[in-house]
Design a protein around this ligand. Sequence first.
Ligand code: ZN
Length: 178
Amino acid sequence: MRTKSILTEARQIETAVTLIQLGARLQVLESETDLSYERLLRLYKEVSGKSPSKGQLPFSTDWFMTWQPNIHASLFLNIHEYLNKAAELEDIDIVIKAYRLYLEQIQAQGLEPLLSITRAWRLVKFIDNGMLTMTRCSKCGGHFVTHPHEIAKHFVCGLCNPPARAGKGKNAGGLHIH
Ligand SMILES: [Zn+2]
């Protein structure tokens, strides 16, 4: 089994620094490394030049179900699933790699990344514990983040069926998910 404990300390520091650079919340570092809170706090201040934001992580699945966030989350998760099958990497390294590829794709389209690394990490946890899943769109065939038990036969994604208030082709228009 792949667990965080097999990471050496040097690797853990490297992982923590990478996560901080990508904007991860301190709670992500606490969960993914065995480094002490004090150590992580020092590291965070050193790398980011500021104190970590306080307060709870957003622990609800609701955000992932709203229109544009859902498209961004689905794009990330498709990349993540692909890497998860293809590469022999630590779980957290797959999240980091998938997140970087997500950023590349979003920026290549001239879009703002709506999904933070913290939310991306959280999304993978929601998938792992069965609170969210992926369902195939009955129109375009792309796989999208949904609640479990979505009826695949009738499911239509946010790209095929954008809400009426959405501007024509704006923001999400350039994205394709397969
Ligand atoms: Zn679709």
